[in-house]
Design a protein around this ligand. Sequence first.
Ligand code: SF4
Length: 219
Amino acid sequence: MDKAKLRITEMQVKKTIENLKKNNIQAYFVHSRSEVAGKVAELINEGDTVAVGGSVTLFETGVIDLLRSGKYNFIDRYAQGVDTRQIFLDSFSADVYFASSNAVTMKGELYNVDGNSNRVAAILYGPESVILVVGCNKIVPDLKSAVRYVKQISAPANAVRLDSKTYCASAGVCQGIDDDNMTSGCGGNSRICCNYVVCARQRVPGRIKVILVGEPCGY
Ligand code: SF4
């Protein structure tokens, strides 16, 4: 990364980590994707029951490979022939649940938008511990910016990835991009933005942990 870009990224990460910690969300920083799996291995125990929400970041950073290493009891949603609904229900009792976050604000909030919503449900309640791996491309100043980031980048890219028949999958941007209202968007049953979740100060200190990565990951 360019030195100036690295410097401002580090400043933004520092502020974000400070404010996440004020919200009882534990936070860590690693410089590169290649360091993520090692950090994850430090935070969990061999034999833990682990589950994941849908996330490109977890593949890009080697977390899925780590969870498949045989050291953990992985409730693998990607395994062939699994009953997906049962997997999602079983995930609520995992020791550790992994996902990314659609955005993280420098004020210390997590912002997630979900369609099926098994991911946001498990982030909020169930697993003893939640570890979110988040690339520096998802750090935004505040919730207003988070809403726009999801409408401009996260949701359209996910709609393309999932081959969803939505406005954004063909237009490249949310139908509600110019509307300040958080939930403005397309109609139709293919919509992937159904539930909008903000995590602020947590009651259980450290249940949610965020690993910020000094490289872009996912979207
Ligand atoms: S509301 Fe619809 S158009 Fe907007 S990002 Fe979500 S799926 Fe795409």
